[in-house]
Design a protein around this ligand. Sequence first.
Ligand SMILES: N[C@@H](CCC(=O)N[C@@H](CS)C(=O)NCC(=O)O)C(=O)O
Length: 216
Amino acid sequence: MTDLTLTIGDKNLSSWSFRPWFLMTQAGVPFAEENIALDRPETRSVLKEKSPSGLVPFLTHGDLQIWDSLAIMEYVADLFPEKRLWPEEAGARAVARAVSAEMHSGFSALRTVWPMMVLRTHPHHTTQAGVARDITRIDQLWTQCRRQYGEKSPAGGDFLFGQFSIADAMYAPVVSRFFTYGPVDVSAESAAYMETIRATDAWKKWRAGAEAEARG
Ligand SMILES: N[C@@H](CCC(=O)N[C@@H](CS)C(=O)NCC(=O)O)C(=O)O
């Protein structure tokens, strides 16, 4: 199956684009990539013409268009069941979905005050209370996932649920933020998890893409 096209925004900035791109790249799902530069005078009209929601990312598969990062990843998981993009065990899968949904609908302080900027390091520090609360909760989630599922996973693996899953893709932009604005005060499990994400091929490829875009 090679007829999937994922349309994304700038690699330095577009955190929602990063998620399905990271998932599909890391899982070895074949797809073509289309880019729409954000923050340009023509961005609005291009998005309005091409994207069902006026936002990126969106996935095109024949006549079907799917907007929204999480829906795209669910669709990819359905198309490629052999990739096991959710944990196999029902309880772990339900928790992985809850963890992913919490990211999708939450952490607004972190997302607003610490926007993803893949190529930047320590642009500023802030002690804004909402950000601190979000960091605490994310640390708690990562630590709990690693202890209860990752470390006990029959298949092994250093990701949240052992083997790589959609939950990891949901949090990849948070890992990027923590490296940009950190250091953040997190558990040993969370710190190790951040290094696991940073060591993936998909992470390195996305970063190289951001650097290439910056060179123009
Ligand atoms: N809930 C959507 C959010 C998508 C979103 O907000 N995308 C941003 C980029 S990260 C966007 O398209 N912004 C349009 C713009 O900057 O003009 C998803 O999960 O995909």
